[in-house]
Write a protein that binds this ligand. Structure first.
Ligand code: SF4
Ligand code: SF4
Length: 317
């Protein structure tokens, strides 16, 4: 890859790791990042495929608080403009066969050079007939067929949200559609395109923007940069518990018995000790809060096996 990148790796790491110094520096950094992404996607565009999803991850990502990043995502999704997203089933202006053709044509034009973003699980039972996007000769094109076509020809695949990463809610028991995450589908179909998982229910906008920037500006992550669940350690390298605002209560043995009580939320089902993500320092909603900070236990939304493995949600495990 050869693109003009105005951001040093050091600057990027400073932002991505939410260092205390990064808080004031973020406002100057994000417009530079938006420009860098805009330039990079002229050469390496993004095709965003929505499969079995509630669209929550799209909503989360476009709620990215910084206007320059939001503009890159929103304005560029309209066909005819220089596109960061050449296809997004919900955001793009085109509909029907025109929208589907845009995805197909982009994949052919940019073969081996585009990044495929998948949002949602893939129904695989009965040849994937439980989920389709568009038609070919009046026959539905299954999400599985799209994944075959777009996945094989992509430079890399980013699985946005826990459904795309590991199956998530669509794959919860009894999983009648045989829904699975992308890496599992690729493995079964011998697709060797690298997959980077960006789980979360939904995914935090910074995790998405940061992973796109990592891939487009600095290349595919090496094995030391990825954890055993296929996530960037930059964002998922430590547990919620390790940096939790209520950690002193935990150490002192002060546990809330009901919602609203003072204390650590472990007895109310908090999965923070089993869950890796940087929510306690990155925070959500424009750095306003995160689940635990507003009195709700972490439900482990970034982990493989969510939600089944973490149920019952409000009971201690
Ligand atoms: S609230 Fe959860 S993450 Fe925080 S200290 Fe208690 S168990 Fe750990
Ligand atoms: S605190 Fe836990 S449940 Fe809340 S967003 Fe972060 S990982 Fe998900």
């Amino acid at each position: 890859m050869s693109i003009k990148n105005p951001i040093s790796r050091r600057e990027f790491m400073r932002w991505a790791m939410v260092t205390p110094a990064a808080i004031t520096f973020t406002d100057q950094f994000l417009p530079k990042l938006a420009y860098a992404l805009q330039e990079a996607t002229k050469e390496y565009p993004i095709i965003w495929l929505q499969t079995s999803t509630c669209s929550g991850c799209s909503i989360s990502v476009i709620n990215t608080i910084h206007p320059s990043i939001k503009n890159v995502l929103l304005e560029q999704v309209i066909p005819g403009h220089q596109l960061i997203l050449t296809y997004h089933g919900t955001l793009m202006a085109a509909t029907g066969s025109l929208a589907v053709e845009t995805a197909r044509e982009s994949a052919i034009k940019y073969q081996g050079k585009y990044v495929l973003v998948v949002e949602g699980a893939i129904p695989t039972k009965d040849n994937g007939i439980y989920g389709s996007i568009g038609e070919n000769d009046h026959q539905p094109i299954t999400m599985l067929e799209w994944i075959d076509f777009l996945g094989k020809n992509a430079m890399a695949t980013l699985s946005v949200g826990t459904c795309a990463a590991y199956g998530g809610l669509p794959s919860a028991e009894p999983n009648p559609s045989g829904s699975k995450g992308i890496a599992e589908v690729y493995q079964a179909r011998n697709i060797t395109t690298p997959v980077i998982n960006i789980p979360g229910c939904p995914c935090h906008p910074d995790w998405f923007i940061g992973t796109v920037a990592k891939v487009l500006l600095y290349g595919l992550p090496g094995p030391n940069e990825i954890d055993e669940q296929g996530r960037l350690k930059l964002f998922y390298g430590r547990s919620i518990h390790s940096r939790c605002i209520k950690r002193d209560y935990y150490e002192d043995g002060v546990f809330a018995e009901k919602f609203g009580d003072e204390g650590c939320l472990l007895e109310l089902g908090c999965k923070g000790p089993l869950t890796n993500a940087d929510c306690p320092v990155r925070l959500w909603n424009g750095k306003a809060n995160c689940c635990i900070n507003v009195g709700a236990p972490c439900i482990g939304c970034t982990e493989k096996g969510f939600p089944d493995a973490h149920s019952p949600i409000f009971e201690r495990r």
